[in-house]
Structure formats: C-alpha cells, structure tokens
Design a protein around this ligand. Structure first.
Ligand code: NAP
Length: 372
C-alpha cells in the first residue's frame, strides 16, 4: 500500500488540511504516517483509524520509505530535509505548503481548478515537486483566473487587505488581544451613550500607543489600524509579498510572456480571510455582463456578487466567507478611466483555498496518478 508521510499536520495550515481530509473522507487507499519535529512518540491526530505514535520528521531513513511526503511545516524544514532526501536518491513526490521551492525550475505551483493542464503535463513529464502557491495569489486566481486564461488581462494591480492568519497563529492571538485591550479601556465611554466621542477616540488612541499594548508579533498596532507592509523588502522597493503576485501568477499559469502585476499588500484586522481590490487593464473592451458570465462559470466555488450595497454587505466580506470554500467576486464594473479598465473586489479564506485545499486536492491527484 502507498505510504504518505504528513509533516506539519498540527500547524495552522496542517490542521485545516486534516479537517478537510476528514470531512471529505480522504484517509483511505493509502497508509498515512504522521511525523513531528517536536513530539516524537506522542499520539498523532484523530483520523478515525488506529495510527502508530508520531515519527521523527528529521529521520531521513523513515522519510525515504514514503511514496509521497506532504509537508505544511514551513520553509526551514523544507530547506533542511528536501535536499538531503533528493541527494540520497529518494524519488518520491514532495507536496509542500511552504514557499522555499516554489520558484525552483523543477517545481510546479499547484492550483488545480486553474492550472490542471499544467499539473497533468508535469506529471506526464515525471516532475515530482508540487508546491502550494502564495495564499493571495491562489485566491486571486480562484476568483478571476479565467480572465488570464482568456488572454483578457494586459496588466493588473492588486491592492490587498490581508488577514492576521497569514502571519501565523501568534499574530491572530495578538490581533484579538489588541482588540480586547482597546475594548476594555473604552468600556466606561461605551456604557454611556451620552459620553463625548472625542474622549472615546482619545482613549482608543492612548491605548493603542501605550507601551503595554501587545505589538510583539506585528511590530505595530493592527486593531484600529492597518500595516501596509508584509514580508521582507526587495531591492526594487516592493515587499516580497508584492513580488510574489507577478512571479507566482505567471508561473502558475505558465504564461508565454510575463503579464505585469503589482500593488501594495496591506495587513488588516481580519482573522483568516484575505480580500483584494483589483484594477485590470483589459486587452480589449469586453462588456461587464460577459465578464461576469466568464467568472461565474469558471469554477464551482466562485460566486459573482451583484454590484449593490445590499449584496456587497451580505456576501462580500471576511465575516461571511470565513470557513467556506466560496470565493465571492463583486463590485465588478468598468472604471471611468476608460472602457478597457475593469475593477472588482474578491474575498477568500486564506487557510482553505489559500493554503490547505490545493494541497489536499493535489494529494488526491497524486494518489490517482501513482495507482493508475
Ligand atoms: P504553524 O502554524 O506555525 O505550524 C508549523 C509547525 O509548528 C507545526 O507543524 C508544529 O510542528 C509546530 N508547532 C509548535 N508549536 C505549535 C502549536 N502550539 N500548535 C501547532 N503547531 C505548533 O505554520 P503554518 O502557519 O501552518 O505554516 C506552515 C507553512 O505553510 C509555512 O511555510 C507557511 O509559509 C505556509 N503557508 C502558510 C499559510 C498561512 O496562511 N498560514 C498560507 C500558505 C502557506 P511540530 O508538530 O513538528 O512541532
């Protein structure tokens, strides 16, 4: 029976992967082996069947017995174990949520509802490294990938509104701690509807700028504010997160010539849904109704939201989308810049389509490919 090794299964991405695999009853037809970097010998996840205690994720001899390794452990782990395994002659499939190998020539960035043909070609060519994409890029492509596929995009800017979860579990806690501190500090003014709004405003600001305000992980207040910087700086003034927009999109789609994409990536106080406002320069003047039709028919998860206040407030927000696989695309309209300028807004759960779901689906594709 095929052996699949899971590393990083208890992290944020990994635990969502486990939830989805359980919900879809994916744990059948192969032998799952769970490993850890810190809890060797302890019990693995509850997957509804008896599994042995956790193995050592740093044990190459154990890893070499796997047909497929699925890792959501992070880039440091990938950088340490991947080269070691490949050098030792291991020829199995490496399926990874971390970014370390994404731009390697031999790697395929996976998002099968959008690039299944690229994936199938890579499998036929004998490629073995399949890597999940950047969450913002994957969510954008789930929403409007069809416009790229139909050669309708000349260039695009993406202004993002990214959730705390993209920075990790500790950051999610920090965001809520910040909200909690602001809430508690403001209580006396909130209880009294007659109190002066200027006093409430001053109290919030004082709290946010207080030395005990928790900013250890974000480095700045996020609750009540925004942070227009995500990831490390690049030499050209972009952040790495901004650079990924163009680099990964073009790699996922295997575009013949580079389609320019750029924008500013901003952290906001949402928990786990990223949103994006896109400005698209179309290659030709396509009617908005046609664009809506193309988007809504492009995959079963995308949902076109009518450009009304009522529908936007109801369906086009992290509060509505979190925990679902739905990718709403709304506010679709031509801009007053000209008939070839389109704008829209899209939202998606960055732990589902942004991270775990493409990995889950690729695992099924690999299992099917190996057994056929
Ligand atoms: P994470 O939550 O920090 O988990 C990584 C590992 O930390 C776990 O597998 C676990 O390994 C260890 N760990 C230590 N203390 C833990 C605790 N209290 N609870 C759970 N795990 C704990 O990492 P992540 O956010 O899932 O990201 C994993 C990789 O996916 C990264 O490369 C990231 O860049 C990539 N990615 C993340 C996102 C995202 O939204 N977060 C999206 C796309 C891609 P042991 O069991 O071995 O100790």
């Amino acid at each position: 029976m095929m052996k699949v090794g899971f590393i990083g299964w208890r992290g944020m991405v990994g635990s969502v992967l486990m939830e989805r695999m359980l919900a879809e009853k994916d744990f059948s037809g192969f032998e799952p082996v769970f490993a850890t970097t810190s809890q060797i010998g302890q019990a693995g996840p509850d997957i509804g069947m008896k599994i042995p205690p956790l193995k050592d994720a740093f044990d190459p001899a154990m890893l070499k017995t796997m047909d497929i390794i699925v890792t959501c452990q992070g880039s440091d782990y990938t950088k340490k174990m991947y080269p070691l395994l490949r050098k030792s002659g291991w020829n199995g499939y490496w399926l990874d949520a971390a970014s370390a190998l994404r731009m390697e020539a031999g790697s395929v960035i996976i998002l099968d509802p959008v690039n299944r043909t690229v994936i199938d070609q890579a499998l036929a060519d004998g490629k073995k490294d399949f890597i999940g994409g950047n969450c913002t890029v994957s969510l954008m492509l789930m929403g409007i990938g069809v416009l790229f596929q139909k050669n309708l995009i000349e260039w695009m800017t993406s202004m993002t509104y990214q959730a705390a979860s993209g920075a990790g579990a500790k950051n999610m806690r920090e965001l809520v701690s910040q909200m909690d501190m602001i809430g508690r500090a403001s209580e006396e003014y909130l209880k009294d509807p007659e109190s002066d709004i200027a006093d409430l405003d001053r109290r919030v600001l004082q709290t946010m700028n207080h030395e005990r305000f928790p900013v250890q992980h974000f480095g700045a207040p996020l609750a009540g504010s925004v942070i227009p910087w995500i990831d490390s700086p690049m030499e050209n003034g972009q952040t790495r997160e901004e650079w990924k927009g163009s680099a990964e999109t073009n790699k996922i789609l295997q575009t013949k010539s580079m389609i320019p994409i750029d924008g500013i990536c901003v952290r906001i106080g949402a928990m786990r849904c990223h949103s994006q406002a896109l400005t698209i320069k179309l290659t030709k003047d396509v009617p908005v109704d046609e664009i809506r039709g193309l988007i809504s028919e492009s995959n079963e998860w995308v949902k076109v939201i009518p450009n009304t206040k009522e529908d936007t407030l109801k369906y086009l927000s992290p509060a509505h989308v979190t925990g679902t696989l739905t990718v709403p695309v709304g506010r679709i309209r031509k801009m007053n810049l000209g008939r070839e300028y389109l704008t829209l807004f899209t939202v998606g759960d960055q732990l589902l389509w942004g991270a775990a779901e493409p990995i889950r689906r690729m695992l099924l594709i690999l299992l099917d490919h190996i057994s056929s």
